[in-house]
Design a protein around this ligand. Structure first.
Ligand code: ADP
Ligand code: MG
Length: 261
């Protein structure tokens, strides 16, 4: 367990994060710091801003207001020589974003590529590795998620659980500093959820820094160091899983968790 929230050691951190979408403020000032090796789950009702938070953290959708740091480096902006914050050049933002992994509900694999080629793609185009090295690293990542025997399979020949494991392999092969998961098992048939959660549990045991948006309460309880509960664009409550899940203090958390009781 690791509840250290010292900003100096945070793998990723945000302050006052706000996002306006469709004329609405859907993130209302989020402060969050995730320590290196910490595994945080984010729970909350549909529409509470969980996906928006992840998209702001990795600058997929730059926030309307607020700041994000990856380690000690601020994401997306840089002070000019007068100390004023200026937007970073696109290439610099891309370089920062490549240090943050993201796993979506929809696996987003290339259908015309094999599992191996899907995992190699970012290693070749973003990391600019030599082909042999990319091949080796991609194969190792696929073995890590239990798919060493499926390197040459195309996505259509894989189950949903296997496809999501390829997507996770693609992410870990890039060796990001933090991985953001947005409901990674929500699109899966129930019997395939366990194999994906099993891979994520392995990553957590190896102290991968992770933020996991999920409705899998047992995963949040058994694997995560901290549970963050969001509602209406705000963090309503957070703490160790035992506290937030079994003795929630806030009425909105109690009401939400009541659905799973
Ligand atoms: P969650 O992931 O918790 O279900 P989201 O972050 O997807 O919530 O959405 C938060 C709020 O922002 C919702 O009210 C949603 O309707 C709204 N929203 C999300 N994306 C957009 C968009 N592109 N345009 C307008 N509103 C959006
Ligand atoms: Mg969402």
């Amino acid at each position: 367990m690791n509840h250290a929230l010292e900003p100096a050691v945070a793998a990723i951190r945000c302050e006052g994060l706000c996002q306006d979408l469709g004329g609405q403020r859907v993130l209302q000032g989020i402060d969050l710091a995730v320590a290196k090796g910490e595994v945080v789950s984010v729970l909350g009702p549909s529409g509470s801003g969980k996906s928006t938070l992840l998209r702001c953290l990795n600058w997929l959708a730059p926030p309307t207001a607020g700041r994000v740091w990856l380690g000690n480096e601020e994401v997306g902006v840089k002070p000019d020589r007068h100390g004023r914050q200026r937007p970073l050049a696109d290439a610099a933002v891309r370089a920062q974003r490549s240090r943050i992994g993201m796993v979506f509900q929809s696996f987003n694999l290339w259908p015309h590529m094999t599992a191996l080629e899907n995992v190699m793609e970012g290693l070749l185009s973003v990391k600019r590795l030599a082909r042999a090295e990319a091949h080796e690293r991609a194969a190792a990542a696929l073995r890590e998620v239990g798919l060493g025997h499926k390197l040459d399979s195309h996505p259509a020949r894989l189950s949903g659980g296997q496809q999501q494991r390829v997507a996770i392999a693609r992410t870990i092969a890039m060796q990001p500093e933090v991985i953001l998961f947005d409901e990674p098992t929500s699109a899966l048939d129930p019997e395939l959820v366990g194999e994906v959660l099993g891979v994520m549990r392995e990553l957590a045991l190896r102290h991968t820094t992770m933020i996991v948006v999920t409705h899998e309460i047992a995963f949040a309880d058994g694997v995560c160091d901290r549970v963050v509960f969001m509602d209406q664009g705000r963090i309503v409550e957070q703490g160790p899983p035992a506290q937030v899940l079994r003795a929630p203090q806030q009425e909105r958390t109690q009401r939400f968790l009541g659905r799973f009781a």
